[in-house]
Structures are given as C-alpha cells and as structure tokens.
Design a protein around this ligand. Sequence first.
Ligand SMILES: [Zn+2]
Length: 409
Amino acid sequence: MALDLLLRQARRAEDKETLVDIAIAGGRVVEIAGHIVADAPAEQLDGRLVLAGFVESHIHLDKSHILERCDCEHGTLAEAIASVAAAKRAFSEADIYERGRRTLEQAIIHGTTRMRTHVEIDPRVGLKGFHAVRQLKRDYAWAIDLQICAFPQEGLTNDPGAEELLVQACEQGADVIGGCPYTDTDPYRQIARIFDIARRFDLDIDFHLDFDLDPSWMHLDEVCRQTDAKRWGGRVAAGHVTKLSAIDHSRLAEIGRRLASSGIAVTVLPSTDLFLMGRDRQPQAPRGVAPVHRLLDQDVTCSLATNNVLNPFTPFGDCSLIRMANLYANIAQIGRPRDLSTCFDMITSLPARLMNAADYGIAVGHPADLVILDSCDPAMAVAELAQPLFGLKRGRRSFTHAAATLHRP
Ligand SMILES: [Zn+2]
C-alpha cells in the first residue's frame, strides 16, 4: 500500500518506553511498528510524544469573546448568568459564528482534535447559536470533530417555549442534550424532561450540575436515580459539581462508587470554578474545584475542560487544555509524576471515553488524528506546559507551530 506519511520514532503516552513508527494512508493509521521500511514522506519525531489530540469535553463557543460587552462587578455565578443573558439579546448568527470561529481556531492550534460545545437555547436567542455552531462544525470538520450539546442555560420548566426549541435543535442535528437544573424553578422536573428528550432522540446527556459549595443537598442524587431508572449509564456526564470540593474524602469516595455504578462521568472546569466559587468567603476563600482525580480510584470517568473563554464566567482563556491540566494540578496540589500523568489522561483518553468516541486513540484502523508535543513524557508535558508542534486530522496537516529561536549575541 502506498503511504501518505510516516511518523518516525514517535512516543505514545500509553507506552512511553517504546519508540514506534506510525504509517498513515487514506487518512487512517495503517501500521504501527518499531521500524517501518517504506518509501514515503517522513517526519522524524526523535522520541517526542504523539497523542490522538486533546479532547475538550465541555466548552461554550456561542458565548465566548464577549468580555468587552459585559460589565461585572462581583464575579459571582448569578451575575455572570444575568450579564450574559442581557448580552445574548444582541447576538446575531453571524456574530456568534465569528466569535466561535476565533475560539475554535485557538483550540485547533493548541492541539484539540475533538470537542463537545454546549449551545444555549431559549426563546430569546432562539436557535441562532445552534445554527451558527452547526455551521462551524461543517466548516472546521477538516481540523476538529465537534459535538453540539443543546441546553437551556436559563431554565426549562420556567421558560415557556424553551422545550419546543430544544426539541427543534434535536430534530436539526444536536448531538447531545444538556441540562442546567440549578437555574430551573423545578430542577427535578427539568432532569426528568431532559431524560425524556434524550430517550426520544437517542442522545447522550450532559448536565451543568451542583455548581455551588453547599454539600447539604445535591442534584447528583436525582441524576443517578434517573440514570439507573432509564438505564442510561455510560451516556450521562455532569459538569462543575463543585459541591464535591466541599466534602471529606470518605464521602467523596462513597459518591464516586455511586457515580461509577450508575455510569455517570464528571467534568471539572478548573478556571471557571476557581474564578466564580467562594466569592462570599473571605478570608481563606476556598478553591471550589472538585478533586476529581480522587474519583479515578472508583473508576469514574473524569475529565478537565475549558468551559468559558473571555466572558463573565471566565475572563481568561486560550483553549489550551495542557494549560487546564497544569492549572488543575496546581489547584489540586498534585506533584507526583504518576498523578501528573493522570492529569494528562483527563484531557485525552478520559474525555474521549466521556464522549463515547470509540475511534479515539493511536491504533491501526483509527483516523490519523495525531498531535505532536514538544515533550517526551506526559507528566512533564503537564508540568512544563508542553507546546504542540503540529497536528494531523485524518492524515492531513491541520496546524503547525514554528519552533522558537534564541538569537544569541
Ligand atoms: Zn459550561
């Protein structure tokens, strides 16, 4: 078979002691071996890390890059929701597309090859965000696989017309259905409605959940109950769950066992959670970031993600997932190499599992989605914020970073 490209002396995170050659043809990985003899264009990687790309399991393209339109004073969650709700009234489809494009391109050049973006649906913004992001999904399919999660940020059962619009988004190709029970006047009914829509359209579910620091109650209990009752295990994820940062380790382990048994994955949004939580607690403000690496002991699927970029929820952002892993390690006081390596897993293989991306990973027959990092070790990549050098999507080069040059005197 004629090869399109050979990557020579590549190092994979899952077997970092062994260097391999990776052969690519027709957009797929066709052979992985110690040394492949072939007459094909080759890239010499000299033992650098190759991964199947970073996986962004939770971001909001539609409300990114609106910092200059919002004037926030307190930095609380309630203020962020109200401020974006006001700004959203002036959104047009072209405006959402243009801001989403900037964010998506940032993610691509930081090595992300798969992404789940939440899109707000309600009677004020209608399907503008959904249509803009659906167009981005088509226009950037050469670089990234985009899953669209339609969700009601401002409530469902309290917002007449919202459910009809969510259903329309599902009819028009939403990949995932999302919920946000904490803004609903009837959270349990919202959870039930979301499960009903998921079953009707055969969709995975992704909730924004338990986004405060009061551990005396959790919507997670109801989500576990519904997941079991509807047999939707392996198809449900929960984002934030910051309440898990306010409980002791034994209760956390107990909840981990429940999540694992129900088949519910968890995504932590370190930058947003750290920015918004604990605003009323001074001095000694808590970090407010759920220590989900501890849930890996119970075999819960856990991921780290960007969430918001340059808006009142998170006035920062470059879409770098290696930066998010580094930030999480810093917040969670993780320093041992094997734990740092776990942070790497939480931006690669684990979010891929959360998104049920069965063809993720470097394997023969899988798409040649390959990102080369300037590092030889996953733990050190997290510790040193290793930069991606170039990436391939289905065998075609999708981005390149020029190496920095020192100009000595
Ligand atoms: Zn979110």
